[in-house]
Design a binder for this molecule. Structure first.
Ligand code: NAP
Ligand code: ZN
Length: 356
């Protein structure tokens, strides 16, 4: 039997080309695999960074590039050794599709730090179905059951998809830094990640302040759960918060002044970067020295914690705020994303690809 089958997808042929319709190979499910019909796929700013090769020095793009790592779908077939899932189940896949399962990170359920992790797109394909893995802008995907998540059945699926990256990427550092009651927490940048950050900080009981460059997002920020909103281009408003934050999560995708935020931390406060701008950001170290403050980063989250987050969402009725688009609008969505014009995540309805 042929080891692979063809499925429809959208790919970029180069760093400068628009995404366009194509077909890609997927492996037939092996013993441990789950085959998933993709229903929705969120559009992460990382998809754009990757498709346009903006992270060339860290993660060079391989073309054709098929982005997409916020996947929700229905199981269509499982391998003979799969125990957790059966045809018909609603499932999710995030940024990881495999790891080595043996390193200290994997043994601590922290696959996001595994040196041999396989990303959902752009990693060398261990199965050799294609040179690299292909993501969720596609009709179907085949994934090792250990990297498949169970999706709560009480939530809107289009709005669940972004939880698989934007959700876990903001949930994980907030849990790590003990965001909760009595803490003052800042969220910088109200985009896909940022708006989930606001929902978590509010749900965990922290006093939540949003920093935005877009004054027209103020009302939305309050509705999403912020206690205060600061327009970061207003120096006077910024000054009021000097030295007062326990934790700040920076979700900005472009160059900006992080020192302004470091100086807003209290003694021993932490600023965590989840935003991944293409160019280095200068740090004025005196801001760290005075106040023993720390500056760190955080990547996505492990599989167990992603499941914990999805279960938390099911229990507390939390999803992303999405604008559902057909895949044919993906290039327009990218253009809007570069202008910070997303409310607050695009979610692709994959029925639009099936009917092409
Ligand atoms: P997004 O939806 O485009 O949101 C980014 C937000 O940043 C914008 O909405 C805007 O918010 C703000 N912003 C944009 N340009 C700015 C500028 N020049 N100065 C200040 N603020 C600016 O992007 P996203 O999908 O949330 O992703 C955000 C970043 O996180 C990306 O770099 C992405 O690659 C990265 N990411 C990292 C991980 C990880 O594991 N660490 C995972 C996923 C994504 P306002 O309008 O409110 O200012
Ligand atoms: Zn992402």
């Amino acid at each position: 039997m042929d080891k692979s089958y063809k499925t429809k997808a959208y790919s970029a042929a180069s760093a400068t080309s628009a995404l366009a319709s194509t077909t890609i190979p997927r492996r037939h499910p092996t013993d441990r695999d789950v085959q998933i019909e993709i229903l929705f796929c969120g559009v992460c700013h990382s998809d754009l960074h990757y498709a346009r090769d903006e992270w060339h020095d860290v993660m060079p793009a391989v073309y054709p590039a098929v982005p997409g790592h916020e996947i929700v779908g229905r199981v269509t077939k499982v391998g003979s050794a799969v125990a957790k899932y059966k045809a018909g189940d609603l499932v999710g896949v995030g940024c990881l599709v495999d790891s080595d399962h043996t390193c200290p990170n994997c043994r601590s359920s922290l696959e996001q730090f595994c040196p041999n992790q396989v990303l959902t797109y752009g990693s060398p394909d261990k199965h050799r179905t294609a040179p690299v893995t292909y993501g969720g802008y596609s009709e179907s995907i085949v994934v090792d059951e250990r990297f498949v998540l169970r999706v709560p059945t009480n939530l809107d699926l289009a709005a669940v998809a972004p939880l698989l990256c934007a959700g876990i990427t903001t949930y994980s550092p907030m849990r790590h830094w003990n965001v909760g009651k009595g803490k003052k927490v800042g969220i910088v940048g109200l985009g896909g990640l940022g708006h989930m950050g606001v929902k978590w900080a509010h749900a965990f009981g922290a006093h939540t302040v949003v920093f935005t460059t877009s004054p027209n997002k103020t009302e939305d920020a309050l509705r999403l759960g912020a206690d205060e909103v600061v327009v970061s281009r207003n120096a006077d408003e910024m000054k009021k918060h000097a030295g007062s934050f326990d934790f700040i999560l920076d979700c900005v995708a472009a160059e900006h002044d992080i020192n302004a935020y470091i100086n807003m931390l209290t003694r021993d406060g932490n600023l965590t970067m989840v935003g991944a701008p293409e160019k280095p950001l200068p740090v004025a170290v005196f801001g760290l020295i005075f106040g023993r403050r720390s500056f760190s980063g955080s990547p996505i989250g492990g599989i167990a914690e992603t499941q914990e987050m999805l279960d938390f969402c099911g229990e507390h009725n939390i999803t992303a705020d999405v604008e559902v688009i057909p895949i044919q609008k993906i290039n327009e969505a990218y253009e809007r994303m570069t202008k910070s014009d997303v409310k607050y995540r695009f979610s692709i309805d994959m029925a639009s690809l099936r009917s092409e």
